[in-house]
Design a protein around this ligand. Sequence first.
Ligand code: TRP
Ligand code: SF4
Length: 400
Amino acid sequence: MYHERVLSGMRPTGSLHLGHYHGVLKNWIRLQHEYPCLFFVADWHALTTHYDDPQGIEKATWDMVIDWLAAGVDPSQATLFIQSQVPEHAELHLLLSMMTPLGWLERVPTYKDQQEKLESKDLSTYGFLGYPLLQSADILIYRADKVPVGEDQVPHIEFSREIARRFNHLYGREPGFEDKAKEAVKKLGSKRARLYDQLRTRFQQEGDASAIERAHALLDEVQNLSHADRERLFGYLEGTGKMILVEPGALLTEASRMPGLDGQKMSKSYNNTITLREDEASVTHKVKRMPTDTNRVRRTDPGEPARCPVWQLHQVYSDEGTKEWVQQGCRSAGIGCIECKQPVIDGILKEQAPMRERAQTYLDDPSLVRAIIADGCEKARELARETMRDVRESMGLNYT
Ligand code: TRP
Ligand code: SF4
């Protein structure tokens, strides 16, 4: 139950581009081999800013899932699902909203920033203000301890930690907690109980975080504990009540340095992207049209790679030998820009080839994608239901 688990979500924004691949998806693909992973389409999140135009969300959702699969996200390794198909997210969001101070939401840095950035929209809505809390529900409902996100999302993870802490503080208390926790310690067996006590003391007196980690590992090993005792032992370590919701940590994804066609960061809003499955002719055309060092007016003028966006793409796609060839050839006017661009074109096409191939299978038979998502939703729902049972119980809502 407290095992390591990765969770991440993406808003359905339509076709993904190579910036998403290098910045996010490659990281997911690596993580899927290292941890149990849950990846989901945050379609309700799209509504927080696009409530006035929800029509495109469905298509964007399926296109994005195909892009994930094309990139190599493997449904036999990771669980893929759609947020709105797991309505428990909404229930947890509602319950958490009851105990979330408004000031916490207003202070989330993306709130004012985004409102100012998307000035043309009326974002003085309840849903927009609450969106970090919806994100907290997304994370906490799976008790995910690792959330890969970019730097801009780190405050949301921090916010989720505070919400989990507040929830545990409010609802993790039970009469006689201390005694029940001590009883649970005994059930660990004398050797483990001694180690548990030592680690707990080390954490509480010296704040030694590695002691907490070791204690968590120790509890993970123990098989024959009841669910309630387990929650008590986790909570007792940190001196709180039961730990019902797990505080997540951010797995910071290094900012992608994937350059776009103009040398700025690749981004839809700069109109400088190549999509993941863009057809070959279009890729070739776009790279051929790329601006180069503006000082290289004629073929005979020497150039400087440092001033050229094509060189930035060589850093992503070319081996050392090719890069040497570019440096030399450009500075001595030994090569022309068209020639210089060819290895970049080749590199992109080569990277895309397996993606195009994988995507084709799913485009030919969309029922495959539906089945993957149906299966993922089912798995996610099972985990979500389990957490909701504990949440309801701790809040005294388990009637019937
Ligand atoms: N808010 C994230 C974004 O805009 C998407 C998201 C929603 C998410 N829920 C999440 C990311 C949970 C990680 C975990 O990019
Ligand atoms: Fe850019 Fe290559 Fe032309 Fe030099 S030769 S300016 S690096 S495209």
